[in-house]
Design a protein around this ligand. Structure first.
Ligand SMILES: [Zn+2]
Ligand SMILES: [Zn+2]
Length: 282
């Protein structure tokens, strides 16, 4: 299993030169299986380089797109993704419903008039929408050699954490973006712990760490965690590696370098994630 980071910036895209070490594109991750299966997680602006990578490889024109939730920073890259206009592609878009918002209706709304010149019904790729079940016990979605499980997260309007396992290699990845650990209920905490440890501790955990501990009180209720909470959580669930994601759009590379130094000093297997980074998980 390989992970390629298209973008991990939180909230909004930034493009100034002083932000580009960690990257300015918002959340989108590509997971490639040993058998060639591909999953994209979220469709922030970071989906553009990932879409180019898929388009350049004609071997398999199918991709599973998992959505954590529908806040704009996680969906805004979809309307300009070239693959959705290519009739050779089959794109399966899956997520649990958040309240009354199911994945098909919400993604169609994103491209509805007057926000975009073409609607979902105009797309040339074969688009399939799937509603997932995350709780009380997650169902398993199989995609190629991958197994996908999910659980709900504490975030305004709801959010979903995903675990992707590749049984053939034993590799596993958990993505928990847009989660406020400090306001999570005991049930929400238990569900994420279980996702990270069942059937075994994750090879890599990516977790929301938008704030410094001293910034949190001023942002309580905004839906995000601190790097200290992410480190403590990774330690508690025995994740082999951990990367902090959803970087604050007000923090440039110098500011994130200072946070990264504190993180690495406490856990050498942890760091702030950077756009363009690739991980070979086995
Ligand atoms: Zn976000
Ligand atoms: Zn959000």
């Amino acid at each position: 299993m390989k992970l390629i980071i298209g973008g991990v910036r939180g909230t909004s895209t930034v493009a100034q030169a002083s932000f580009l070490k960690y990257g300015g594109e918002t959340t989108s991750l590509l997971i490639e299986g040993r058998d060639g299966a591909r999953i994209i997680l979220d469709a922030g602006t970071g989906i553009q380089p990932l879409g180019d990578r898929l388009a350049a490889d004609p071997a398999d024109r199918r991709v599973l797109l998992l959505m954590t939730h529908y806040h704009l920073d996680h969906v805004v890259g979809l309307p300009s993704l070239g693959l959705i206009y290519d009739p050779a592609w089959h794109i399966r878009i899956a997520a649990p419903a958040h309240g009354e918002f199911d994945v098909g209706a919400t993604m169609s709304r994103l491209m509805d008039k007057p926000f975009w010149p073409l609607q979902v019904s105009d797309l040339l790729a074969r688009i399939q929408f799937d509603s997932l079940t995350c709780c009380p016990s997650p169902s398993v979605l199989r995609w190629g050699g991958f197994e996908v499980r999910c659980c709900p997260l504490h975030h305004p309007g709801g959010c979903t954490a995903y675990r992707i396992d590749e049984p053939a290699t034993g590799a596993s990845l958990v993505v928990a973006t847009d989660v406020e650990w400090g306001e999570s209920s005991p049930e929400e905490r238990a569900a994420l712990r279980s996702l990270c440890t069942t059937p075994r501790p994750a090879s890599l955990l990516l977790m929301d760490a938008q704030y410094e501990p001293e910034e949190y009180e001023a942002h309580r209720g905004w839906g995000h965690s601190t790097w200290k909470e992410a480190l403590e959580f990774a330690d508690a669930v025995g994740a082999a590696q951990v990367r902090m994601i959803h970087h604050d759009p007000r923090k440039n590379d110098d500011a994130l370098d200072r946070v990264n130094a504190k993180v690495v000093a406490l856990n050498p297997a942890a760091a702030l994630a950077r756009a363009g980074e690739e991980f070979d998980l086995g």
